[in-house]
Design a protein around this ligand. Structure first.
Ligand SMILES: NC(=O)c1ccc[n+]([C@@H]2O[C@H](COP(=O)([O-])OP(=O)(O)OC[C@H]3O[C@@H](n4cnc5c(N)ncnc54)[C@H](O)[C@@H]3O)[C@@H](O)[C@H]2O)c1
Ligand SMILES: O=C(O)C[C@H](O)C(=O)O
Length: 329
């Protein structure tokens, strides 16, 4: 194999998403079956030993595409030469912690990581933030990386997108492969808005096939938006394999392109489209090609959708104000 390996940095590598993610990156699912990779694992000092254990297991898989694994607790080392960065490690909310405390604690993680990306990553760096609150953590990292084109910082709403496809497939009886053009708008939180008004099921308009606004408002939207909490309740831990799968999907689609006649959802810096204030990292319908994404333009937004997009965007604005007040932007 002569191709130069792609450097993929994963933070929180010893966590549960990390464990579900690393083996799939190393086996070619992130970038392609012919793309060699080098893994850079970033952990806090307490996580280093577990990360070493995971690295031993990765070696034991003898993946032909895996050309090296480095482990560090220093962001300046872990992001050195990174082409793709998956920011998974974050501070979970603990008992008695207010939202502001959570944002401040994550600022302490994502600001230095953004700066390390700014100073050390490769020129073609692509960043996906998974650690929650993902959209606002992405904003913090982006603000600390003024030399990196801002569109390279993205936040994960692909898990919500995949969840919504699955729920719509179950409702309509269609296979998931027949569901296209679904959109997640807004924040990766309970305010997100999964939109089926432009989606298609086997080529026909999904909203017309469903024809049930009550189901949309009272079943579909809350099921998708609160799925993360339902999984925490059932598993006793937040989603891991499905989150890792969505991270793989997000980067694979960004790098390799969306299929003709379809789009995906990504949390990306707003350019003001659809009335979302410029600069907020909000989820949009996007097409991708040649490693770049574009917001799908010209979609009609009805009153039902507008109200819900506005509510999620308002929450993002409040989060932005909170981190600005903390001096993180
Ligand atoms: N966007 C999404 O759709 C989505 C879905 C599921 C989970 N999440 C979020 O992903 C994050 C990770 O989830 P998990 O289940 O893997 O958590 P986890 O607690 O199992 O693992 C997190 C890991 O991050 C490490 N870590 C903490 N601070 C770090 C730092 N500064 N640098 C490097 N590593 C650091 C920890 O040591 C730990 O090993 C959480 O914030 C979770 O809420 C997001
Ligand atoms: O970790 C969480 O709070 C939930 C997670 O973001 C998810 O959507 O599964």
């Amino acid at each position: 194999m002569t191709r130069t390996p792609v450097n993929v940095t994963v933070t929180g590598a010893a966590g549960q998403i990390g464990y579900a993610l690393l083996f799939r990156i190393a086996s070619g699912h992130l970038l392609g079956a012919d793309v060699p990779v080098k893994l850079r694992l970033l952990e806090i000092p307490q996580g280093l030993k577990a990360a070493e254990g995971t690295a031993m297991e990765l070696e034991d898989c003898a993946f032909p595409l895996l050309q090296g694994i480095d482990i560090s607790d220093d962001p300046n080392v872990a992001f050195d030469g990174a082409n793709v960065a998956l920011l998974v490690g974050a501070r979970p909310r603990t008992k008695g912690m207010e939202r502001g405390d959570l944002l401040e604690a994550n600022g302490g993680i994502f600001k230095p990581q953004g700066k390390a990306i700014n100073d050390h990553a490769a020129d073609d760096i692509k960043v996906l933030v998974v650690g929650n609150p993902a959209n606002t953590n992405a904003l913090i990292a982006q603000a600390a990386a003024p030399d990196v084109p801002r569109e390279r910082f993205t936040a994960m709403t692909r898990l919500d997108h995949n969840r919504a496809i699955s729920q719509l497939a179950a409702k309509t009886g269609a296979p998931v492969s027949e569901i296209k053009k679904l959109t997640i708008w807004g924040n990766h939180s309970a305010t997100q808005y999964p939109d089926i008004f432009h989606a298609t099921v086997a080529g026909k308009n999904a909203a017309e096939i469903v024809n049930d606004e009550k189901w949309l408002a009272e079943n579909f939207i809350p099921t998708v938006a609160k799925r993360g909490a339902a999984i925490i309740e059932a598993r006793g831990a937040s989603s891991a394999a499905s989150a890792a799968n969505a991270a793989i999907d997000h980067v694979h689609t960004w790098v390799n392109g969306t299929a003709d006649g379809d789009w995906t959802s990504m949390g990306i810096p707003s350019d003001g489209s659809y009335g979302v204030p410029e600069g907020l990292i909000s989820s949009f319908p996007v097409t991708t090609k040649d490693g770049r994404y574009e917001i799908v333009q010209g979609l009609e937004v009805n009153d039902f959708s507008r109200e819900r997009i506005n509510a999620s965007v308002k929450e993002l604005e409040e989060e932005r104000e909170a981190v600005r007040a903390l001096g993180l932007l």
